[in-house]
Design a protein around this ligand. Structure first.
Ligand SMILES: [Zn+2]
Length: 176
């Protein structure tokens, strides 16, 4: 999925984005523990799938909230994630993290592919995504051969900026 027009996904209301790191937002999390599994699984994937510094990734933590976002943005009902290049924002349906890792890895890689090609071309994005997934697998295999484990937890110094829930977004602009 690709969104061309600058959305108003609370982009202006989030203070203190760290330009040197990827920031992760948990949208729709109501309690401290909500969405923590999804967040940790995403962090693991980010070891292999490198989003640019300053990029923001939002995990939408409830199906209800995801449905709202899809409706407000006039997106297809089976959209699992989308990216806005202009506002440097990728938004993921949290439900994907309850599926097989290969499934959500592909969705994340697909969104990263849009960022790398700076394009809306879905065929191109799919091709790049497959390359990214392949490279990630090679890295994992190499680490395994070397007798090392891919780290499951990012050192504290590498953790993205933690910013908590998104402020209520304004959906005044059409996304596409
Ligand atoms: Zn796409």
């Amino acid at each position: 999925m690709f969104l061309a027009v600058l959305p108003s996904f609370a982009a202006d209301s989030i203070a203190a984005i760290d330009k040197d790191k990827v920031s992760i937002f948990l949208d729709g999390a109501r309690h401290a523990g909500d969405c923590k599994l999804e967040e940790s699984l995403l962090l693991t994937e980010l070891h292999q799938l490198h989003f640019p510094a300053g990029w923001r990734i939002a995990i939408v933590c409830t199906s209800l909230r995801w449905q709202q976002i899809l409706q407000q943005r006039d997106l297809h009902y089976n959209t699992r994630g989308f990216t806005n290049l202009k506002s440097q924002l990728t938004v993921l349906d949290g439900v994907i993290f309850r599926e097989f890792p290969s499934n959500y890895r592909h969705i994340i890689a697909h969104e990263l592919a849009h960022i790398q090609c700076q394009c809306r071309d879905e065929t191109m994005a799919e091709r790049i995504a497959r390359d990214l997934e392949h490279a990630a697998k090679l890295t994992q295999d190499a680490a395994r051969i070397a007798g090392k484990q891919i780290p499951q937890a990012i050192p504290a110094s590498d953790l993205p900026e933690k910013t908590g829930s998104l402020v209520a977004p304004r959906f005044s602009l059409k996304d596409h």
